[in-house]
Design a protein around this ligand. Sequence first.
Ligand code: MSP
Length: 650
Amino acid sequence: MSQENTFFITTPIYYPSDKLHIGHTYCTVATDSFARYKRLRGYDVMFLTGTDEHGQKIEEKAKEAGVTPKQFVDHIVEGEGGILDLWKLMNVSNDRFIRTTDDYHVESVQRIFRKMYDNGDIYKGKYSGMYCTPCESFWTESQLVDGKCPDCGREVKYAEEEAYFFRLSKYAQPVKELLLSGEFLQPMSRVNEMIKNFIDPGLEDLCVSRTSFSWGIPVDFDPGHVVYVWIDALTNYITALGYMNDKYDDYEKYWPAVHIVGKEIVRFHSIIWPAMLMSLGLPLPKKVYGHGWLLIDGGKMSKSKGNVADPYLLAERYGVDALRFFLLRTFPFGSDGNFSNELLINCINADLANDLGNLVSRTTAMVKKYFGGKLPMEQEADDAMDAELISMAGGLHAAYAEQMDKFQPQNAIGEIFKVLSRANKYIDENAPWLLVKDESKKPRLARVLYNLLETIRICGGLLVPFMPDTSAEIAKRLNTAAVDWDSLTKFGVLAADTEVVIGDALFPRIDAKKELEELEAIHAAQMAAKAAAENHFVPVRENVSVDDFYKADLRVCKILAVEKVKKSDKLLKFTLDDGSGSDRQILSGMQPFYPDPQILVGKKVLAILNLPTRKMAGEPSNGMLLSAEKDDTVKLTLVDDAIPTGAQLS
Ligand code: MSP
């Protein structure tokens, strides 16, 4: 089985039924930090994420949108601003991405289903029970809460159908033993939950096929049935390694995995999944970690409540690293946490601008000012005043590793920040600005600055799982490439005559009050746009004569540049090539619909050019860009790149 130095870690596969929000981002970024940590420790890591694309909900959503289910999921997964884009933006270092509609997965699932059928663990029966359509779950009467779905609180209805079942009941005892053994499921509180709520009341066999919808993997020996969600979804963790397919050959090398999952799907990962693996005669996962949820105002994030924090917007305003850091620094991984913009801004100001950013700027600036940027070789030996800082920074790796090995990024970051604040105090204790006044104290001054640079090197290196770009930038400022684990376990690695590189503040301080007001305004504008879209009706337009239509000078223009209009949270300012030889400026209310407007640069759009100049937010606009609107989305009508710039619509 898996080799000594390999490490396989997974996120859940996400439902591409809607855009992902900050809660999903939290789960993936946390998993990314564990993958990066293990790489830092020298492991050969396989980090898998992906999408769970079948099921009734997707089928219904696609129908509503008037497209096929595959078109629907393709758009959410691969489309602009979709799931792949989001992980790229968030600097997620997954090695593989599985989509459950991938051919190899479909074939493997059919083989797995057949294998479990052949060994007698899947049998045909009839299912009846209370069914929650949005959650695609049957519930027993005792699981309902006030007669409603225990997951989403919505109405359930009685349903009956012929179906295949998995003999989950057969595995109740070994699964219970697994849950009680060692540290299979963490945090420990989830073990009691599982046993009390699911195992002890008695495990029922699990319905694993459906005939009521068709968007799923067909049971190849009984085509009216499609494989119901969990056998399709959970097996992704092994099919993505090549189990029962020829696409990959990594199963032997990497399995078993560590699964990072949200608390509501712990049941599937710690009970159903091990039972399925037992049925297949495969080794069980190393660990399932059930993390908490990010809440807003103490409640679930939901699009309908309009409280879904947008990772694109936040990353654009504060930077990807700041957002990643905030998520992992602020919330204890095993418990729920309340997300707020205020917490985010305070975290950036206190930890990143102050404790980390300032320390880097102050220290490098002093090396520059007092020694021209390069420390001298003549440095005094360490004295008693240095002992605490040196032992804290030199020993940091151990405390940090202990926390990361327990999947506690918040505490690992906490350990780093204890050292950073000790370093800030060390500056005050040693008052370099006084040492510099006395020539004979220069060797001592050099030693103080060296100790600070070393501390920064170690802390910066250990930040790599959380803020990969910032960590690299810190190494650059210290002129060192050394971010291997070994070098982070030792104090005194940096050359004594290190030459620093001066740069901009790593994290500029944010004016919290102003920023919160701006975020409020953006939120209000988004809500207004949403409300307008909900009340939207297509106006009946009067017939227009062909002659009138031709009066409009409609042309293909190329977007040369785009920027936000300062005084507005709606307007974007476009600089366009309209084919005339001189640039044209048009303002358009597209800001809410393009969180990252730079992706538009180089694209071709349609514009009406012969409109009178209008002033908007103090800026002239010469024409109008054509856009198209449906539901709550407005997008520019982009045209094929092959159409020349300046071409006129006829
Ligand atoms: N498709 C299933 C998982 C199958 S895994 C074999 C699914 N998808 S999901 O898109 O609904 O959720 C994916 C993950 O996102 C879950 O782990 C869930 O807990 C997590 N989160 C969704 N909202 C969240 C928060 N608000 N906060 C933290 N994590 C959240 O379930």
